[in-house]
Design a protein around this ligand. Structure first.
Ligand code: URA
Length: 231
């Protein structure tokens, strides 16, 4: 028998490690990290989407990768960022933007008062293309329904496309980033109506630091829109 003092200590410990002693028959919400408590419907939709990506047949990208890179950040966020494809670090960790480009992305977000707890991040394709090459048009076409569904589920008010692969996949192939960046366009994905902004990919900014001043203009546009929409 546990003494009363010990059981109080044990309960305090369970509370501390967030361990729920009471069993119930609610679905396990795997997206419930930090305070990212989302509706069961949203958690279920994300889980279903992730499983449909994992369960694809005959996908070379998937077969050559170590891990699926589904998303990071807060699924409740009204700001969603989409990159190109996971690299070696992301493949290893199963999370987007954890390598050098990710470190720059974190700094860019921080400059406008954001971080990974305040945004949601994914990529056009969810598996690392070998040798860090760009995903080819066939691969983009294959993954486009998944990322479109992903946007619909997250339902962001602001959608930021990082780089030309994300821009061409989501907006179309007849646009170039030098002309598209720095302007808001409105787009619908199912029931999700969102303001879309294209900006440079952080990996491009590492190669072309002179373009950071343009990226700063875009970041300030995101900050202003976020304030205007009271996000
Ligand atoms: N570049 C991307 O586009 N996505 C990542 O997740 C990492 C690097």
């Amino acid at each position: 028998m546990l003494k009363k003092n010990n059981s109080i200590k044990l309960l305090k410990y369970y509370k501390f490690i967030n361990y729920n002693l009471i069993y119930n028959n609610k679905a396990i919400n795997r997206f419930k990290k930090d305070n990212f408590e989302i509706s069961e419907d949203k958690a279920k939709s994300l889980e279903t989407l992730k499983n449909s990506i994992i369960n694809q047949k005959n996908c070379d990208l998937k077969n050559q990768a170590k891990n699926i890179v589904f998303s990071d950040g807060n699924p409740k966020s009204k700001i969603m960022l989409i990159g190109e494809a996971p690299g070696a670090n992301e493949d290893q960790e199963g999370l987007p933007f954890v390598g050098r480009a990710g470190q720059l992305l974190d700094k860019m977000l921080l400059a406008i008062g954001l971080d990974r707890k305040k945004v949601y991040i994914s990529n056009i394709v969810n598996y690392r293309p070998p040798e860090n090459r760009r995903p080819n048009p066939k691969e983009v076409e294959r993954y486009l329904p998944f990322i479109t569904k992903h946007i619909e589920i997250i339902n962001p008010k602001i959608l930021v496309l990082l780089g030309s692969t994300a821009m061409n996949a989501i907006i179309g192939n007849d646009v170039v980033i030098s002309k598209m960046r720095g302007q808001w366009i409105e787009k619908k994905f199912g029931n999700c109506k969102t303001s879309v902004l294209v900006t440079f990919h952080p990996a491009f900014l590492m190669r072309q630091p002179a373009q950071k001043k343009m990226a700063w203009i875009d970041l300030k546009m995101i900050r202003d829109k976020k304030n205007k929409l009271k996000i």
